[in-house]
Structure formats: C-alpha cells, structure tokens
Design a protein around this ligand. Sequence first.
Ligand SMILES: C[S@@+](CC[C@H](N)C(=O)[O-])C[C@H]1O[C@@H](n2cnc3c(N)ncnc32)[C@H](O)[C@@H]1O
Length: 463
Amino acid sequence: MVMQYNFPNIRLEPHEVARSKTSATISLSAGAIVLNTVALSTALVASEKGRRCDYCHAAPAEGRRLSKCAGCAAYWYCGTTCQTKQWHAHHRKICKAYNGFTSSSEYQALSVESRVDAVMLSQLLAEVFPHDNFDMSAASSGSDLASQFFDLLKGPENHRGAAHPPLCRSPKSAKVPEETASEISSRFGNNNFIVHSHLTSYAHGVFPLASRLFNHSCVPNCAAKYIITPKETVRMEVAVLRDITPGEELTIPYLDPALPLETRQRALQANYGFACNCELCSFQKSVKTVPPLPADPESVRLLHARLCEFVTTHVFQVDPGAQPPSGRRRAAFDCFPPELYAVLGEQFLPTLSEEFSRASHEGPYDAALSHGRTLLALYVLLYPQNYPQIGMHALELTKTAWNAIIAGEQSGVSSGPEATRRLEDAARHYLELASQVLGAYGPEGDEGGPLEELRVMRSLLYE
Ligand SMILES: C[S@@+](CC[C@H](N)C(=O)[O-])C[C@H]1O[C@@H](n2cnc3c(N)ncnc32)[C@H](O)[C@@H]1O
C-alpha cells in the first residue's frame, strides 16, 4: 500500500537518489514550524535516568521527586498518569525482565549509545505488537505512527544482514520472531533521533514522520527541536531556519555540520548509506591540503584575526561597529583564501572551543572574549544562517562580556570607561545575534534555558 502524506505548506516529492524529499509549497519565514509530530518510542540516556520522567521527559519541579516503578525500580515517573500510560504502552512487557536484561553480558557488551537503542527497540516492539500477534502486514497497513514506521527506508547495514540488538522481554510475553525483530531493527539506526533540550542531548527517539520527510544536508535550512509537556509524550517540531522560497527542498542535519569532513562522510555512509554532496562538503572536498596550524603564537593570532576579518567581510559582522558584509554565504565558500585553510583542520575548532570554555569560566576574560570571537567567526562560516549553536555561542559571549564588566568593577582595576563601553557594545552586539538566532529556533526543551537567559541579559544591558 502506498502511504499518503498531506501537510499544509510542504509536499513530499520524488528525489533522484533519496527516494523522496520534502519541498515548501509556499514562502516560509525563519521560525515557521513545518512539522509537529510525536515519537513512536523514546528512551532516556543512562545519565538522565531518575532525573527526568521516563514517559514525558519533564524534570521534577523544585522540591518534588520522581517515583520509581515498584517492579523494576529502573523507570521513574513524575506521577501516576505517566506511569499508567507507559505501563500500557510498553512497560508491562519489559518490567520483569529489565534488570536481568541490563545486567546480561549481551547488553553489557554494547556501547553506551547502543544500550539506549536496545531498550528503545524492545519498547517499540511491545508498542507495535500490543497483542503479541507479530502481524507485520496489519501493523503496516494503518495510518498511525506504526505504519508510518514500516514505510521508512531500511538502513544500509541491515541490507548486509546485520544482527538486531538484544531484546528485553518479560517472561510471560511471547518471544518476538527473529524475522520481525530484524525487520523492525532494519529501520532503526537510520531513523533514530538524538532528543535534546537546549542543545544538550538526553534521550534517543523514533519519530517516523520526521524520518519519512526530511533528507540530510550539512547546510540545512531546518532543524529539529523537542517540546516537553508534562504528562504527554515528547513532541518534535521542525523549525525553518531562514526564509524559504516555494519549491525549495527542506533539509535537516543528521549530524553536527561542524564535525570534520571525513567524520561526517564516514558516518553518513555507514549509518545512512549515502555520500553527502552539499555545498559545505563540496567546498571542503575541494580543499586538497589543510596545512598544520602555525607554531608561533603571533602567527596564530594573525590567523584568528584574518578569519574574523574574512567572515565579517563575507558573512556576518563579527565585531560591533564593523561594516556589515555585503556578500552571501555561497560567495564565502567560493572565495575562502588558502591562507585560512589551517582553520579547517580537525583540531582547530575543538581546541578553540575548549580554550574559550576554560577562559570564560576561569578567566582571564580578555582571553575568553578573544577565543570566543574567533569561534563565533568559525561557527558562522561552517553553520548555516540561524543555526542554533551560533545563537547559544553568542549567548555565552554575551555573558562573558558582561562578567568581564562586573569583574572589572568589583576588582577596582577596571581599565577605564572606554574599555567598559567597548565591552558593553560587544555584549549588546552578541545579545542581538543570540536573540535573532534563538528567536528563530523558538521555545524548546525544559523550562527556562536560553530564551530566559536572553531576557535577563537584555534587562541587565538595556535597563
Ligand atoms: C531518514 S530517511 C530520509 C527520507 C527518505 N528520503 C525517504 O524517502 O524515506 C534517510 C535516508 O534518505 C536518504 N537520504 C537522506 N539524505 C540524503 C542525501 N542528502 N543524499 C542522498 N540520500 C539521502 C538515505 O537513503 C538515507 O538513509
């Protein structure tokens, strides 16, 4: 049966290599939500167990505690509503076996990430076949999430007949036939999302509609975010990052676009079976040799300064007061000068990020602001317009500039009103960028978070 998908403002269309793609049918503005969908199954990562409700993912309010399942003592809930819903959805088929399963050698042999997937696959099987009849034709012929799941493409590794992860099943539940487990598992790896709040990952989730609709690009024009509502299952919203014209394909990133080219290509090939040819990959592939970073600090400083200057000229005004760029992103890749190729090296971004993080916590603040400014330039170059990581980093820079002002005042060794004014200008400049980017991405995840922090910073800097 050919499934029909109808949505306002977007349309599924044939794609030459990816089976299908989703395109806009009307003009869309940055911030528009093109999909709002629920998960078929989710599983918290180990570090979040007991810190969030296993059903709705809400963290308990201050002074409140989660209560644990009396059967396995391994699932935690914010109340009986969530516990009952989870019990009927899948936990009744897993509870009695859970502890034996997680202490088994098969489970212990898995990587941390694969353990989460093994639990999620077990939950998903319980959910798709609530009566243990394992009738795949019935499960795939409806119009619900389960049938949408069966309409997904299989992952590349499963075409080679890879084994499915071990399954958790309570002794009284019927054993899942191998063929069924393999069939479901074959759509698992490449249709699996990392669920996050304020860009910190906390769970894995299967969202069949989102998987069905969106292809990958390392220069995506959309991004997924997650909406946590107490007593309900988590929802995914797909937000448009920039203005879109009718007919444009809508894409999301399957991985972090700022990862090194080789890492991205390897992961996309292994997990999804394709070679990415987006404009970022094409540009990075055209750079045949990435030179090592210069050894002497003065040359490194010059490299940072040139990167900031280049990005300011072509993409985004990194510093307040500079002339805004007139070019566009595409042109930035076309004219990226070989003298800057060293910044594309695998270690440049992680090292810079670490240096910024350390100095912004421990000081000195001028070093933090200097590293953070170069990191902003690199993010703006590598990530697409309004990508949420740019906004989060701009917010960190705002706070760092503010902390530098306060530290100067408190120590009594402030370097004068001119230096304070420059810091205030910088803080306001970063605040405006953070507001634009995070405003387009919109509310998501746990309560509070970056939008609340932006509100606080705005009142400190303008009131
Ligand atoms: C989650 S699905 C995306 C939806 C898919 N196009 C469909 O028709 O169901 C992921 C699969 O789509 C294909 N795909 C996604 N992005 C692609 C891209 N940029 N280039 C080529 N194939 C892609 C790959 O086969 C991948 O395993």
